[in-house]
Ligand binder design. Structure first.
Ligand code: FES
Length: 483
């Protein structure tokens, strides 16, 4: 390691966290490629069918491997059978945890939550802690001092990277963290991103996971047999190699502290089996830029924006060559960066309606936001009035709505989001708002959105920007409505 390079502090409560805030790297605006809005709307569509098929296939394979392992107990065949069972349990569950945590796999919300909680149990992840930590990961991807999911600190240790595949350190540490949370000792990192109102929930969730796992451990002890733990508990460790195998390709060796996912995230072409196990998360750049696009549509999204990204790596082998040669080099020179070339594109600027003097021409002071027929069903359009910004949505053939433009969770404009079942979904963390009342309907949003009067007269959309009654959970108010 060069002598003038200091090891950075990757904690979320140290000087790097302060530095990220001071330099504008925290909660910042990120590069957005251009994409045809109609295509994006199509890609954002949710359906239960594909997720149901993939979930049933995964669970069937898991149960099948478990039966094989049970039947093969006492023979050498038990080793490959448990290896397969573990990979499906402690490995493939990671992609399920991820996609269902975003709420994009199923159209039906509770199905996403059900799979999310099962996967959390399998992976020893507190559901609430990891939900919020993942929101932070999307807000501040690989920003040192902000992102709790940076796997490799620089200078990286190649031997430790290889050891990570065993999960012999990571697994027990995660379980120990759950144990501490179960007795109310919540660490500072978690307190940094989990809202205080949810800490009690963190404790109870941890108790359930630790309690069930401990009961299985007790069963093993009483029967003096490792077998119960081989089915529940230990697969989290011995099956995690698959999670690490896929997970390493996402960001390892790429740039820190940049506001462009094309520079800190990797897309790798993978075969259909890998893509099933990993739920298409190999299209990771695309996922980070558009988290509202469900996993099944990521290959199409890739095709649509590939010319604006760095070239995808052709296969996993090439990705691993790049990762390990980069980590080896960074272990001596932590400042080394992969010379990634991204196309020179300016990035997208959303179409917007500026409400200027011409819009106030009517005597009754209602602003004309354009023809209804120019706004497609499912479209969200930004409306700016001086310093105020709003989002205009067409929910159905005859229903339009106008709401505050910025998400109440972060400074993200909702015009890049989606309309899902009568709710506006934020493009950053998939939080949702009821389009009619403005109520927050899906975490991480907890504060409602202001909604405004809207009318369609003679085929034109008009508004006076008068706020309608607020949803009960709205706690802050925006400037009063326009005349
Ligand atoms: S910025 Fe997080 S849900 Fe909108």
């Amino acid at each position: 390691m060069s002598t003038d390079v200091m090891k950075r502090d990757y904690s979320l409560v140290g000087p790097e966290a302060e530095h990220a805030r001071e330099t504008g790297l925290a909660d910042a605006e990120w590069f957005m490629p251009t994409i045809d809005p109609a295509l994006l709307r199509e890609l954002q569509t949710r359906s239960d069918r594909r997720a149901a098929i993939d979930t049933v296939l995964w669970l069937s394979a898991l149960v099948g491997a478990g039966v094989l392992a049970w039947v093969a107990l006492g023979t050498w065949w038990a080793i490959p059978a448990f290896a397969l069972y573990g990979a499906l349990y402690g490995g493939a569950a990671d992609a399920r945890w991820h996609e269902h945590g975003h709420g994009t796999a199923f159209r039906t919300g509770w199905l996403n939550e059900a799979v999310y909680y099962v996967a959390c149990f399998m992976l020893w992840r507190g559901p609430t802690v990891w939900r919020w930590s993942h929101h932070r990961h999307h807000t501040d991807t690989i920003i040192v001092g902000r992102d709790a999911e940076i796997l490799f600190e620089r200078p990286p240790d190649v031997a430790r990277t290889v050891f990570a595949f065993t999960h012999l350190q990571g697994g027990p540490l995660m379980f120990w963290r759950l144990c501490k949370h179960a007795v109310g000792r919540i660490d500072d990192e978690a307190r940094d991103f989990v809202p205080a109102s949810e800490l009690r929930r963190v404790v109870w969730e941890s108790r359930v996971i630790v309690g069930i796992t401990a009961a299985v451990g007790l069963w093993s002890l009483i029967t003096w047999s490792i077998v119960p733990l081989l089915f529940i508990g230990l697969p989290t460790i011995y099956g995690a190699w698959l999670m690490v195998f896929f997970g390493l390709t996402q960001h390892a060796g790429l740039r820190e502290d940049v506001l462009d996912h094309r520079l800190n995230t990797r897309t790798v072409k993978m075969n259909p089996l890998f893509r099933f196990l990993y739920l298409n998360m190999n299209y990771h750049v695309e996922h980070h830029i558009f988290p509202s696009v469900p996993y099944r549509a990521l290959p199409k999204l890739h095709e649509a924006i590939a010319d604006q990204l760095a070239p995808a790596l052709p296969n996993t082998l090439v990705a691993y060559r790049e990762i390990f040669s980069t980590l080896a080099r960074q272990s001596h020179d932590p400042n080394y960066e992969i010379p990634l070339e991204v196309p020179e594109v300016t990035g997208a600027t959303p179409e917007r309606i500026h409400v200027g003097e011409e819009h106030w021409a009517r005597g009754d002071r209602a602003a004309d936001l354009g023809a209804l027929e120019d706004l497609a069903v499912g479209e969200l359009r930004r409306v700016d009035v001086g310093d105020e910004t709003y989002v205009l949505c067409r929910i159905s053939d005859d229903q339009v709505a106008l709401a505050d433009g910025l998400c109440t969770h972060g400074e993200v404009h909702l015009c890049d989001g989606a309309i899902i079942d009568g709710q506006i979904e934020c493009p950053k963390h998939n939080g949702r708002f009821d389009v009619v009342t403005g109520a927050a309907t899906r975490k991480p949003v907890r504060e409602a959105l202001g909604v405004y009067d809207i009318a369609v007269e003679g085929g034109r959309i008009t508004t006076r920007f008068r706020r309608r009654a607020l949803a009960p959970d709205r706690v802050a108010s925006k400037e009063t409505a326009r005349p």
